[in-house]
Design a binder for this molecule. Structure first.
Ligand code: ADP
Ligand code: SF4
Length: 687
């Protein structure tokens, strides 16, 4: 069944004293659950095991209480009490012959220690480096601290072994992790034998490997995660210096785990980075060591994966996001089901779960992090209930996912779409600059429902309540989406912005090809990607664009998707004028009157048109029309009507796929009343 071209991906591989069953390597990735939701995190890793990954890692695990990154929720291995929670993860990872890995992190200059209140320690003293520029400095490690730190790594290694892990990854990438801090002259200004030459800066990592090999190396494999290039100029740990380091220490770890730059560099969104973007930085490194090498690159194509192995760039295919979007990626390749792969779209919504300390979601895989909380499996649906058919109105991400998932449960599904295209908002947004990969949300589902005998799709079908009452479906899901409003009402304005004659465009206008010309102001009070993307689109079309936002950042919320800096850079390069901390107060035929959000200081921007990226209005009229006819439902054979996705409450695409999936799971299920709709773990009280 498997295509012979991909056989190479399934060759067992040695890592130190162990053998991985194939080359699919789930590199460490966060999930927003960590120590707060250990069973949810364990079940998520267990699903990866079932999906065929040869090696599966935890997220970063804080290995000692003197370095922690509160408010971010990762794992902790500070004392024996922490072992049972992570042992549960190791056990889940090993259920299908996968190897279980734990990533040990000592955050040093990145750990503000807000929770433990310990004084942070770093390779050299200096301000803590966090996303929030916390007003805390670290003291430098002295020689006895370094001895302590070595012992703590050994203690953590022993606890990892007790917990049942097979591999330990020492974290020294992304600017996080003490090993990188020692290696890089940007964070290592020591003048003793741990600073200065590369030989000296490598001393600490060599010592820790030696200590840990003595303690656990007979049975466990030890890996090192480093960045391919710190990308911060002359002082940083560059690709050339990394190569020197690997050439000097080729046999140090049992495997080299090559990440890239900062986390933003490594988890580059599809808007800014293509699949296999690190290829040139990786090429040739394998020749410097006889230990296997793993690298990442948002790999979703088995052809690209096989090429990376065949051309000798990598031994293992490292995946974080592709394994989130489709935990069954290896299994689908093995079974020759390439077209069933749910490809990551590179939107980085998964990252936002960590950044907001909530719990992660995935645009493509609505079951991510719900494996334990709700018992949702990415490939299996719950059994069908007593009723037989469902009408879904609207084929955006909510409607498409509902149709796909309901058809798997065995319902007869009719999907009615007003237009001639499936995909709703995704069909339009995929045409915007940099967002073409987002079309995979529609492509995956369109193909899946095309393979199901129990889904009928109807185009050019703009349904009314009357139509629906005539049809007589038992269940109706209204997934009719949302439209952008033109009057500016969002966060800064709760009433329409006064306008005495300036042409106003909405994102829907631009996506439909109705573009303004000349001098255009984009007002962004939405703060996610749309304002920045449209400014880029207008600049591409020759407009003189000014982007005005009440926030201190362009596309503010994309700080959570690791895109904000890249968006700002791209807009500057496109010639967009950026006006921050500013609100539009009124519009005239001369342009835009603005006010500083802090002082109210008034100003004016000449403009021939404004694009309002404000908020969206749910298109729920059909739902309300049907609700008004509730008395007629029984005669029409209707048992339930539900509004889902953006038509219920507009949000990011991931919210819509989740809503569609949830609708499909819960149809015909017993009413749970006031009971919490998911499982959670509650802190145990100590005596
Ligand atoms: P969501 O993100 O919630 O899935 P979208 O806005 O992406 O919502 O998609 C909504 C889809 O519903 C659009 O493709 C739109 O054409 C379709 N639609 C809206 N109203 C109707 C209607 N009355 N009948 C059929 N389809 C509709
Ligand atoms: Fe990929 Fe987006 Fe899912 Fe993350 S949330 S795994 S980037 S599709």
């Amino acid at each position: 069944m498997r295509d012979a071209r991909y056989d190479i991906l399934f060759q067992p591989q040695k890592i130190g004293p162990l053998t991985a069953k194939n080359r699919f390597y789930q590199v460490p990735h966060c999930n927003g659950a960590g120590y707060r939701d250990p069973s949810a995190a364990a079940a998520m890793r267990g699903i990866k095991a079932e999906g065929g990954w040869g090696v599966i890692f935890t997220e970063q695990t804080e290995m000692h209480h003197s370095s922690e990154i509160t408010p971010f929720i990762e794992l902790r291995l500070w004392e024996d009490q922490d072992v049972p929670a992570i042992a549960k993860m190791a056990e889940a990872m090993k259920t299908h012959g996968g190897l279980a890995g734990i990533q040990l992190a000592y955050s040093g200059i990145n750990g503000p220690n807000f929770y433990t209140k310990e004084v942070p320690m770093a390779v050299s003293p200096g301000p803590i480096r966090t996303f929030t520029n916390d007003p805390v400095q670290a003291r430098g490690l002295d020689k006895s601290d370094i001895r302590d730190l070595r012992r703590w790594f050994v203690n953590a290694a022993k606890r990892s072994k007790t917990a049942g892990f097979d591999l330990i990854c020492l974290y020294g990438a992304h600017g996080f992790g003490i090993f990188q801090h020692f290696l890089s002259r940007a964070t290592n200004q020591r003048s003793d034998e741990y600073g200065g030459s590369l030989e000296n800066r490598s001393r600490f990592v060599r010592e820790v490997f030696s200590d840990m090999r003595d303690a656990v190396g007979d049975t466990m494999a030890l890996t090192l995660r480093v960045s391919l290039d710190e990308q911060i100029g002359k002082l940083g740990f560059s690709n050339a210096e990394l190569r020197d380091f690997i050439a000097m220490n080729g046999d140090l770890p049992d495997l080299w785990d090559l990440a890239q730059g900062t986390w933003e560099d490594c988890s580059g969104p599809s808007r800014f980075k293509d699949e296999a973007a690190q290829e040139t930085l990786v090429q040739g490194i394998r020749a410097l060591t006889n230990r296997p090498v793993v690298g990442v690159g948002r790999f979703t194509s088995p052809d690209v994966m096989a090429k990376m192995i065949r051309q000798g760039a990598l031994d293992f295919i490292g995946c974080a996001r592709p394994s989130i979007a489709d935990p069954f990626l290896p299994k689908k390749i093995e079974e020759g089901r390439i077209e069933d792969i749910r490809e990551c779209i590179g939107c980085n919504i998964c990252v936002t779960g960590d950044m907001t300390q909530s719990i992660s979601r995935c645009t493509q895989n609505p079951t991510f992090m719900e494996e334990w909380r709700k018992g949702w499996h990415p490939e299996k649906m719950n059994a069908k209930g007593p009723s037989t058919n469902v009408l879904i109105v609207g084929s955006g991400p909510a409607g498409l996912e509902a149709a796909r998932a309901l058809s798997l449960r065995g319902y007869d599904v009719a999907l009615a779409e007003a237009s001639t295209t499936l995909g709703g908002r995704v069909a339009k947004e995929r045409l915007l600059p940099g967002l073409s990969a987002w079309g995979r949300v529609a492509d995956y589902r369109t193909y899946q429902i095309s393979q199901r005998p129990n889904v009928e799709t109807y185009f050019d079908s703009c349904l009314t309540a009357e139509n629906i009452l005539d049809f007589g479906f038992q269940h109706v899901a209204i997934a009719t989406g949302a439209l952008w409003r033109a009057d500016g009402v969002a966060r800064m304005h709760v009433e329409p912005i006064p306008n005495s004659g300036l042409p106003v465009y909405t994102p829907d206008d631009l996506m439909a090809g109705r573009l303004p010309k000349g001098r255009v102001t984009v007002f962004d009070d939405d703060h996610y990607y749309m304002g920045g993307v449209l400014a880029e689109l207008l600049a591409q079309h020759g407009c003189a664009v000014t982007l005005v936002t009440p926030s201190a950042y362009v596309s503010d919320w994309t700080l959570n998707t690791l895109e904000q800096a890249a968006i700002h850079r791209r807009l500057v390069a496109a010639g967009v004028k950026i006006v921050l901390n500013t609100v539009i107060s009124s519009l005239t035929n001369q342009g835009v009157s603005t006010a500083c959000v802090y002082t109210g200081h008034a100003s004016h921007i000449d403009a021939e048109a404004v694009v309002m990226v404000a908020s969206r209005i749910a298109q729920d009229q059909l739902y309300h029309d049907l609700k008004a006819r509730e008395a007629d439902w029984a005669d029409a054979g209707i048992l339930s009507v539900k509004v889902i996705g953006d038509a219920c409450a507009p949000g990011p695409i991931a919210w819509a796929t989740y809503a569609g999936h949830r609708f499909a799971r819960e149809l015909d299920m017993p009413d749970i009343g006031d009971v919490l709709p998911f499982r959670r773990e509650v802190t145990a009280l100590q005596d």
